[in-house]
Design a protein around this ligand. Structure first.
Ligand SMILES: Cc1ncc(COP(=O)(O)O)c(C=O)c1O
Length: 427
C-alpha cells in the first residue's frame, strides 16, 4: 500500500501519510466533504489517468478509447438512472466547471443570471464579483427573507419580474432547508428564463428520494460528485434531451480538453454505490444525524439559521458564545473538529470573519456515527466555545474527540497496515 510512492518520493509519501492520519484522528464536520469508498479510491488510482479521450464515447478524437468508453458509458447510464435524467455529461472536472458549461450551453456573454446572494447561501459560481460568472454575465440576486431566513418564492418572483433574467439558478452552498423546485419552474416560465438547479450539496438526499428532485422541473441540473453523493472530486451536468448537444459541446470543446478518465471511473463506481438500496438508509442517517446535532446545539443556546435543518447541513450563529465564525473554527481545530466559518444571512461581519460556522454530517455518517455521537459532538462543540480560554478543558475535549475518532475508523485497518509497512521498511 503506497509502497512505490514511499520508495520513489518520500516527501509526497510523508504528506499523504500525514493526511491519512489527520483524516483518521479528526472529526470532519465540513459539510462539503466526505470519505469515498476504497473502491472509488482504487478506481482513481488506475491507468485510466494515462488516456487522452477528447470527445464522447464512440465519438473520440483519439484512438485506443474502447476501454475508457466502457467506463464513461457506465458513468453516464448510472447518472441518468440515479436522477431520472434524459441526458448526463460526466466530464466536468469540478462543480464550478459544471456550472460554467451549463451557463455557456444556454446563454451568451452579457446575458442576465438571477442567482442567490453569496452571503445568504449561494456559491461563488452563482455570481461572486471575483468569479468568472460575474465577469461574463450580468448578475442579479435574490436572497432569503430577513425574518424567516428562508427562500420565499414570491420574493424571487417579484425580483425576476423586475429584472427579467435569462436564467435563474436555484441551489446553494449553505442553505439548511428543503428547496421546492416546482414553484421556481413557474417563475422561470413566467419571465421566459431558463431554470438551472445546482444541487452540489443535496445530490445524495435527492437520489435517495429524501429531497425533491429538480430534474423534472429544470432545463439543466448541475452537481458536484464529492459531497453527499460520496464520489470522487468532480462535477456532472444533467439535462433534458433538447439541451444535450449544447451541454456536451459547452463542456468539450467549450471549456475543457481531455476528460479525467480515472476520475470518471471513480464517478461510475460511486454512482453504482448510490444505486444500491443501502444508499437510501445511509442518506436517511445523514439527515437524522443533522437533526440530532442541530437539536443538541439548540439545547446549548446556539441560534441556528432558520432554526434548524431539513438537510445534511447546519449554519450556527456563534455570536451567542461570544466568538466570531473564524475564532470558532480555530478553537474547534484545537480539539480536532474541522468546520468552516460561514456568513449568516445579513451578516454584519465580512466573510473572512463571519458570524457563523457551517456544519455537515455526511462524513461522520460515512464513518458509522449515529444520533448518540452527534449529541456528544454538539456538547463538545458547545463546551469548547464556552471555555475557549481553559487550556486544560480543551485538552480533555481533544481526548474525547480522539476517542470518538478511534471508535469510528475512516478506512478500517488502513492506518495499521501503513504503520506495519513503515516498521518493516525501517527494519
Ligand atoms: C452549491 C455549490 N455549487 C458548486 C460548487 C463548486 O464545486 P467545486 O469546488 O468542485 O468547484 C460548490 C462547492 O462547494 C457548491 O457548494
Amino acid at each position: 500500500m503506497l509502497s512505490e510512492l514511499r520508495r520513489v518520493d518520500r516527501d509526497v509519501y510523508e504528506a499523504v501519510l500525514d493526511e491519512v492520519r489527520r483524516e483518521q484522528t479528526d472529526i470532519e464536520l465540513i459539510a462539503s466533504e466526505n470519505y469515498v469508498s476504497l473502491a472509488v479510491l482504487d478506481a482513481q488510482g488506475t491507468v485510466m489517468t494515462n488516456k487522452y479521450a477528447e470527445g464522447y464515447p464512440g465519438r473520440r478524437y483519439y484512438g485506443g478509447c474502447k476501454h475508457v468508453d466502457v467506463v464513461e458509458t457506465l458513468a453516464i447510464d448510472r447518472a441518468k438512472a440515479l436522477f431520472g435524467a434524459e441526458h448526463a455529461n460526466v466530464q466536468p472536472h469540478s462543480g464550478s466547471q459544471a456550472n460554467m458549461a451549463a451557463y455557456f450551453a444556454l446563454l451568451k456573454p452579457g446575458d442576465r443570471i438571477l442567482g442567490m446572494h453569496l452571503d445568504q447561501g449561494g456559491h461563488l459560481s452563482h455570481g461572486h464579483p471575483k468569479n468568472f460568472s460575474s465577469k461574463v454575465f450580468d448578475i442579479v440576486r435574490y436572497g432569503v427573507n430577513r425574518e424567516t431566513e428562508r427562500i420565499e418564492v414570491e420574493e424571487v418572483r417579484a425580483i425576476a419580474k423586475k429584472t427579467r433574467p435569462d436564467l435563474i439558478v436555484v441551489g446553494a452552498s449553505s442553505y439548511p432547508r428543503k428547496i421546492d423546485f416546482a414553484p421556481f419552474a413557474d417563475v422561470a416560465r413566467e419571465v421566459g428564463a431558463f431554470l438551472m438547479a445546482d444541487i452540489a450539496h443535496i445530490a445524495g438526499p435527492v437520489v435517495a428520494g429524501l429531497h425533491p428532485n429538480p430534474v423534472p422541473h429544470c432545463d439543466v441540473v448541475t452537481t458536484t460528485t464529492h459531497k453527499t453523493l460520496r464520489g470522487p472530486r468532480g462535477g456532472i451536468i444533467l439535462c433534458k434531451q433538447e439541451h444535450a448537444k449544447k451541454v456536451d459541446s459547452a463542456v468539450f470543446p467549450g471549456i475543457q480538453g481531455g476528460p479525467l478518465m480515472h476520475v470518471i471511473a471513480g464517478k461510475a463506481v460511486a454512482f453504482n454505490e448510490a444505486l444500491d438500496p443501502w444508499f437510501v438508509g445511509y442518506q436517511g442517517q445523514i439527515l437524522a444525524n443533522a437533526r440530532a446535532l442541530a437539536e443538541e446545539l439548540l439545547a446549548h443556546d446556539f441560534r441556528l439559521v432558520t432554526g434548524g435543518t431539513d438537510n445534511h447541513l447546519i449554519v450556527a450563529d456563534v455570536r451567542s458564545h461570544e466568538v466570531t465564525g473564524i475564532e470558532a473554527t480555530h478553537i474547534l481545530d484545537r480539539i480536532g473538529i474541522t468546520v468552516n466559518n460561514n456568513q449568516i444571512p445579513f451578516d454584519p461581519l465580512p466573510p473572512t470573519k463571519s458570524s457563523g460556522i457551517r456544519l455537515g454530517t455526511a462524513a461522520m455518517t460515512t464513518r458509522g456515527m449515529k444520533e448518540a455521537e452527534m449529541k456528544e459532538l454538539g456538547r463538545v462543540i458547545a463546551s469548547a466555545l464556552t471555555h475557549s480560554d481553559d487550556a486544560a478543558r480543551l485538552r480533555l475535549l481533544r481526548e474525547e474527540t480522539l476517542d470518538l475518532a478511534d471508535r469510528f475508523p475512516v478506512y478500517p485497518g488502513v492506518l495499521r497496515r501503513l504503520y506495519e509497512q513503515e516498521r518493516s521498511a525501517g527494519e
